[in-house]
Design a protein around this ligand. Structure first.
Ligand code: SF4
Length: 435
């Protein structure tokens, strides 16, 4: 009965987290329901996001205690977050294991902490790409793709790796959050230990979703996600939960960070240092960012490409930038006025988890500045009646002279794009430029 209950909870809790994240993301729409912001708070459980925010603002945010709760749990009992609370992990845990063919990738396994070091270096050097790889942000972006009816390539790849390599391949090799918690779990106090009654039948290694047992041909402490499958499966009931103080020779002992791993880590630091300039924007692209966005270079550093702002935008004036915009701008949100104007609802400020879009009062919003090309304007050039741009402007920044010719009041213009959107010409005679 006790075993049945554990198996049930193992499905219910991760599935609940996954479904909750999906529902909360779907509820990112105008008007934003109060509970939709729970996604923001879930995201804040992640120590990687805390590191990113601390790097970009220089101060610890008021919610800093949340990831510290997660760290305390990890130090107490291991990767409980990965095993029980991570929504992506919840999805991966449901994958079938019968197609899992690959037994070990030792070189990949031994270099994973070098990868973690690399991602942390990127983060501290001012890039939020590692945040994109964390579960809450990655899921948001991929759910956005699904919502738009396009293929979530990355999620599909993660699922395929889970089916054909092993379920938690992504969590143990790529996910910065998983790797950081694994590194911390090396010092956890509570752990499963193997009793002397163990007959070495190998059943526990077969059911372990982290596959760590096969990879290292031994029991690897930090990857244990405390799912309890081995405990359930052991015919000898040889596994028990004990504190570090009573650690036995046969327990899930950590393979210490070897000298080779250490040097690989050092090499990663070197590569990161050399490769970092390639990830820097050579010049800021001339695009319009959401209202409240920080300065362009800092925006590129802070944005985690989660697409939550794009999803919540009621007018759908925001789009994630395509790869043609360059690797640094890829997937960052930009306003396309010809598609729609910004309604200045400022919901994007509320949902942005990384402070790439800051909370700025409406009076201080300045997305860009409208520039009128008088040589092509129907009123100026052809003396026709038009002024559609003026009709579309919500802040009355388009004024008209005594001949009814439009001109832009730069002081009033916020750059919402209404004028550019309203211009009847195929190529608008008035365009909003970033400032
Ligand atoms: S700017 Fe948009 S895509 Fe970037 S982190 Fe904020 S909400 Fe996510």
């Amino acid at each position: 009965m006790r075993l049945l209950t554990l198996a049930l909870w193992r499905r219910i809790i991760p599935c609940f987290m996954l479904v909750a994240v999906i529902i909360l993301f779907w509820r990112h729409q105008y008007p934003l329901p109060a509970d939709a912001n729970a996604l923001l708070w879930f995201s804040r459980l992640d120590p990687i996001l805390l590191l990113a925010e601390w790097r970009s603002t220089g101060v610890l945010p008021g919610w800093f205690w949340l990831p510290f709760v997660m760290i305390a749990i990890t130090l107490a009992g291991g990767r409980l977050f990965c095993g029980w609370l991570c929504p992506l992990g919840g999805l991966l845990a449901q994958l079938p294991r019968r197609y899992s063919r690959l037994q070990s990738i030792p070189w990949l396994y031994s270099s994973r902490y070098a990868w973690l070091l690399f991602t942390l270096m990127l983060l501290l050097a001012g890039s939020n790409w590692p945040v994109f790889l964390t579960p809450f942000h990655l899921l948001s972006e991929e759910l956005f793709r699904l919502w738009k009816g396009t293929v979530p390539w990355l999620l599909a790849g993660i699922l395929l790796s889970g089916i054909f390599i092993y379920p938690r391949f992504w969590c143990n090799h790529i996910c910065p959050t998983g790797l950081l918690l694994a590194a911390m779990a090396r010092w956890r106090s509570g752990r499963l230990v193997v009793d002397s009654v163990c007959s070495h039948c190998g059943v526990c290694t077969k059911v372990c979703p982290t596959h760590s047992l096969q990879i290292m041909a031994g029991l690897v402490a930090e990857d244990c996600m405390v799912c309890g499958r081995c405990w359930q499966a052991c015919p000898q009931e040889a596994l028990t939960w004990q504190s570090r103080a009573v650690k036995k020779a046969d327990d899930y002992s950590s393979a210490g960070l070897s000298r080779r791993q250490f040097f690989k880590g050092g090499f990663a630091v070197f590569v990161a240092g050399a490769g970092w300039p390639l990830l820097q924007p050579s010049s800021a692209p001339a695009v319009l960012r959401p209202p409240g966005a920080v300065a362009e270079e800092e925006f590129l550093a802070r944005c985690s490409r989660c697409s939550r702002c794009v999803k919540v935008c009621p007018s759908q004036c925001l789009i994630p930038m395509p790869i043609e915009a360059g690797i640094t701008a890829f997937l960052t949100p930009s306003i396309i006025p010809r598609q729609a104007k910004c309604e200045l609802c400022l919901l994007c400020q509320e949902v942005c988890p990384t402070m790439a879009i800051e909370s700025v009062p409406l009076q201080q919003v300045k997305i860009g500045l409208a520039i009128l090309d008088e040589r092509r304007c129907l009123v100026w050039a052809e003396k026709k009646l038009c002024l559609l741009c003026r009709e579309q402007c919500p802040v009355h920044a388009i004024e008209a002279d005594e001949y009814n010719r439009p001109y832009v009041n730069n002081k009033l213009c916020v750059g919402c794009g209404g004028c550019e959107n309203g211009c009847p010409l195929k190529q608008a005679a008035i365009v909003v430029r970033p400032i």
